[in-house]
Design a protein around this ligand. Structure first.
Ligand SMILES: C[S@@+](CC[C@H](N)C(=O)[O-])C[C@H]1O[C@@H](n2cnc3c(N)ncnc32)[C@H](O)[C@@H]1O
Length: 270
């Protein structure tokens, strides 16, 4: 008699689904983008370009929010775009679907028409290792925005950021594991991995790997200004007085806390 082996949870899991559940919070991200746009501009934003869009989860959230919203997602990886089509765009209704387009292109070369908003989230631009390359990218974004357009990007840092450490976080039905595998202080290049672990002990190792540069906020701000952006503000997270943890509210600030780990937004006005 053939004994059927019970398939383990890791082998049945989908890495993009796990990523979306553990890494992304597209509703909070688009809330921040919409509120900040409303604070800074007197007209509604229509076209949002999501650079490094991966599964285009955020672009989908944008078109779901308002019938006047259009989105373009840009990514180099055809497989991840296809996954996004099959799993995220397929959830949109016909009207929403008619307002979103995915481009299999390099963000350094894309020129899909002027956007009101460009997003570069989850630190994807850290993949540019050289100053000239990041400056080129920021110039390309600047050229791709309407005159009153706004570029939103996030950044992370803190005194734990360059450490070779592993952190775990419990999610619904799995553990998210972030590994800072190596850091080179000479060029600030680092290799990081995302692993997932399941209650039956099975693991999905190196579900995602990134070789990127740990850019600092002053470097990023200076490069955005050099690329032509007129106002570049850092939006720092406030602190909950009871828990002393981040409260999810980001405000423009010129001073931040010397925390072990922080995430913030940069808002660059064209
Ligand atoms: C860290 S993931 C970010 C996914 C998503 N933006 C998010 O917020 O979670 C980085 C994505 O950038 C894409 N990518 C890397 N270099 C690129 C480039 N030069 N042009 C376009 N996409 C690029 C990768 O294929 C990958 O899907």
């Amino acid at each position: 008699m053939v004994r059927l082996r019970k398939s383990r949870l890791a082998s049945r899991a989908d890495r993009h689904e796990l990523y979306q559940e553990s890494v992304q919070d597209t509703e909070a991200e688009i809330d921040f983008v919409q509120e900040t746009w409303r604070d800074l501009r007197d007209r509604p934003a229509e076209l949002l370009r999501e650079d490094f869009c991966g599964t285009a989860n955020t672009a989908c959230e944008w078109v779901r929010r308002d019938p006047g919203h259009y989105a373009i997602g840009v990514d180099l990886d055809e497989d991840v775009l296809q996954w996004g089509e099959l799993n995220n765009l397929s959830q949109l209704d016909e009207d929403q679907l008619s307002r979103i387009q995915l481009l299999h292109e390099n963000v350094l070369e894309t020129d899909p028409g002027l956007a009101d908003i460009v997003l570069a989230m989850n630190f994807s631009y850290y993949l540019f290792l050289a100053r000239e390359e990041l400056l080129d990218y920021f110039r390309c974004v600047h050229a791709g925005l309407m005159d009153d357009g706004i570029f939103f990007l996030d950044a992370y840092g803190g005194y734990d950021a360059p450490k070779e450490i592993t952190e775990e976080r419990e999610c619904d039905g799995f553990t998210y594991i972030w590994e800072q595998a190596s850091f080179n202080p000479i060029d600030a290049a680092m290799t990081c991995h995302i692993h997932f672990e399941f209650p039956d002990g099975s693991r999905m190792d190196k579900a995602f790997s990134y070789h990127w540069r740990l850019w600092t906020l002053p470097e990023i701000r200076e490069l955005l200004t050099e690329a032509g952006f007129s106002e570049v503000a850092v939006y720092w997270e406030g602190t909950d007085e009871t828990t002393h943890e981040g409260n999810g509210i980001y405000e423009p600030s010129e001073t931040g806390d010397a925390d072990p780990g922080w995430v913030c937004y940069l808002v660059a006005q064209r």
